[in-house]
Design a protein around this ligand. Structure first.
Ligand code: CP
Ligand code: NVA
Length: 306
């Protein structure tokens, strides 16, 4: 894993096919206990949006490596008073070994990465959520014993999680179908990038038809209909997204052994029903657990400890 030492992870496509595969293998080995790693370094968390899973799973992963975590709450640091990213990045670079950032603009992550020498990790932006998809792929792999040739159908808003799924599935050899309402499709640049990565190995389908997407799929995946920062749009989106709800009727179209995934937090009764969340196809809690294992593999690799 030496090739990842010192690198940033701003987009999932920063990883090669081989690097993603090695990360997932390491994540599985860390989860099973067949590998233990030590890395007494310091991780900073700079989160401009709320988080439960990402904040805690990154912290737990770093503690498991024997490292330290500093939670750099923007509201009590000078970033909330307008200190430029260029200055903040160069200062944090002198104190920390690695920095995970959750923010709105992908551009801000790129500015941090430009000014800091330490690895910068995208802990969710409006464009991507790459760390989430490491755990998602780990969950599919452990459910089916393979990634290659499986099919994931994402139903809902074609934004950050959908974008990282498109890229991650293409890299991992998973067929990916994204079904979204017409005005909520993934950005063309990411779809084209996913198609270029997939080549003729796997299919990358973007559609408005939820049933076509779900047919025969091994994984159904959804996310909230209004993301963080879009709360005022939540009510107006309900009727637009209702046909994309992951419910028992949609599950009927999927493979009989299909698993259901959701990055969480979920809005029961909107993008997913309570019955499906709590039902036998749900792998939501394993998926959430895998955030910790996948990020432990990522941290160790970026810090040169893998
Ligand atoms: N899935 C996810 O990123 O959850 P949090 O917003 O709680 O970190
Ligand atoms: N799309 C969601 C993901 C939350 C983990 C959001 O950005 O709020």
């Amino acid at each position: 894993m030496g090739a990842l030492t010192g690198r940033d992870l701003l987009r999932l496509s920063d990883l090669s096919v081989g690097e993603l595969q090695e990360l997932l293998e390491l994540a599985a080995a860390l989860k099973s206990g067949s590998v233990t790693l030590q890395c007494q370094k310091t991780l900073g968390l700079l989160f401009y949006k709320a988080s439960t899973r990402t904040r805690v799973s990154f912290s737990a992963a770093m503690f498991r490596l024997g490292g330290q975590v500093l939670d750099l709450n923007p509201s009590v640091t000078q970033v909330s008073r307008g200190e430029p990213i260029a200055d903040t990045a160069r200062v944090l670079d002198r104190y920390l070994d690695i920095l995970a950032i959750r923010t709105f603009e992908q551009r801000d992550l790129e500015t941090f990465a430009h000014y800091a020498n330490i690895p910068i990790v995208n802990a969710l932006s409006d464009l991507e959520h790459p760390c989430q998809v490491l755990a998602d792929l780990q969950t599919i792999q452990e459910s089916f014993g393979t990634l290659a040739g499986t099919t994931l159908a994402y139903l809902g808003d074609g934004n950050n999680v959908a974008h990282s799924l498109l890229l991650g599935c293409a890299l991992a050899g998973v067929n990916v179908r994204v079904a979204s309402p017409p005005d909520y499709q993934p950005v063309p640049e990411i779809v084209e990038q996913a198609r270029a990565i997939a080549g003729d190995r796997t299919e990358v389908v973007v559609t408005t038809d939820p049933i076509a997407a779900a047919k025969g799929a091994q994984a159904l995946y959804t996310d909230v209909w209004a993301s963080m920062g879009q709360e005022d749009l939540a009510q107006s989106r309900v009727p637009i997204f209702q046909p994309y709800q992951v419910n028992e009727a949609l599950l009927e179209y999927a493979d009989s052994a299909a698993i259901v995934l959701h990055c969480l937090p979920a809005h029961r009764g909107e993008e997913i029903t309570d019955a499906v969340m709590e039902g036998p196809h749900s792998r939501l809690w394993d998926q959430a657990e895998n955030r910790m294992h996948a990020q432990q593999a990522l941290l160790a690799s970026l810090l040169g400890a893998a």
